[in-house]
Ligand binder design. Structure first.
Ligand code: GLN
Length: 193
C-alpha cells in the first residue's frame, strides 16, 4: 500500500508518522511519502490532506499542478482523506470563503473557523460510526454543515457534522494525527483488524 501526505503546508510530518505507525500497528506492508510534486501522486492508493491553512494549501496546490493531478488520480481510484483544513478542500461548497478552490470530491458544505476565537482549540469525545468513542483534537476547526447524495455522516458535534465519508473519501474537522489512536486510520485505509 502506498500512502501520500500532501506536503505543501501544515501538519505534514505528524501525518507521515501517524500513518506509518498505523501500518505497522495493523501489520500492513506499505510506504508513506510526502507529496510536494504532482509526479509523486502517480502510484498512490491514498492521499491525506493535512490541517494547516486552507487558502494557502489551495493556492499552492493549483499553482503546482497538484490540484489537477489529484482529480485525475481520483478517477483512477485513489482515495483522499482531508483533515481539518483538508476537509475544506474536500467540499463541494465552502460557504464563507471564495479564496479556497476546493477539490469538490464530496457532497458536503463546509464553513471555515466555525468555533471562533473563544474555542480556538479544544478536545472532546466523539462517537464515530464503526469505531465508537474517540478522543478528538480540534484546532481552529471548520465545520461540515451539510452532507447530501451518497455522503455518509460518521460523527456529529452539536448540530453539525464532524466526520463524513463518500466512497473512498473522508472529511473530518479534527486532527487524527495528534492522538495515538490508530483505529481511525484503519477506517481511512480500509485495513483489517
Ligand atoms: N482554520 C484553518 C483553515 O480554515 C483550518 C485549521 C486547521 O487545519 N487546523 O484553513
Amino acid at each position: 500500500m502506498k500512502i501520500g501526505v500532501l506536503g505543501i503546508q501544515g501538519d505534514v510530518s505528524e501525518h507521515v508518522s501517524a500513518a506509518s505507525n498505523a501500518l505497522q500497528f495493523y501489520g500492513v506492508k506499505g510506504e508513506v511519502i510526502t507529496v510536494r510534486k504532482k509526479e509523486v501522486l502517480k502510484d498512490l492508493d491514498y492521499l491525506i490532506i493535512p490541517g494547516g491553512e486552507s487558502t494557502t494549501i489551495s493556492r499552492l496546490m493549483i499553482r503546482s499542478g497538484i490540484y489537477d493531478e489529484i482529480l485525475r488520480r481520483v478517477d483512477e481510484g485513489m482515495g483522499v482523506i482531508g483533515t481539518c483544513a483538508g476537509s475544506i478542500l474536500m467540499a463541494k461548497e465552502v460557504v464563507d470563503d471564495d479564496r479556497v478552490t476546493p477539490l469538490k470530491l464530496m457532497d458536503i458544505s463546509v464553513r471555515r473557523n466555525f468555533f471562533g476565537r473563544q474555542r480556538e482549540s479544544f478536545e472532546t469525545e466523539l462517537e464515530i460510526k464503526y469505531l465508537g468513542k474517540y478522543h478528538a483534537v480540534f484546532i481552529r476547526a471548520p465545520v461540515i454543515e451539510k452532507c447530501w447524495g451518497d455522503c455518509e455522516v460518521l460523527a456529529t458535534i452539536g448540530d453539525n457534522i464532524a466526520m463524513a465519508r463518500q466512497e473512498k473519501h473522508f472529511a473530518l474537522i479534527f486532527h487524527p494525527e495528534l492522538t495515538e489512536d490508530y483505529r481511525i486510520y484503519r477506517l481511512f485505509l480500509n485495513l483489517r483488524e
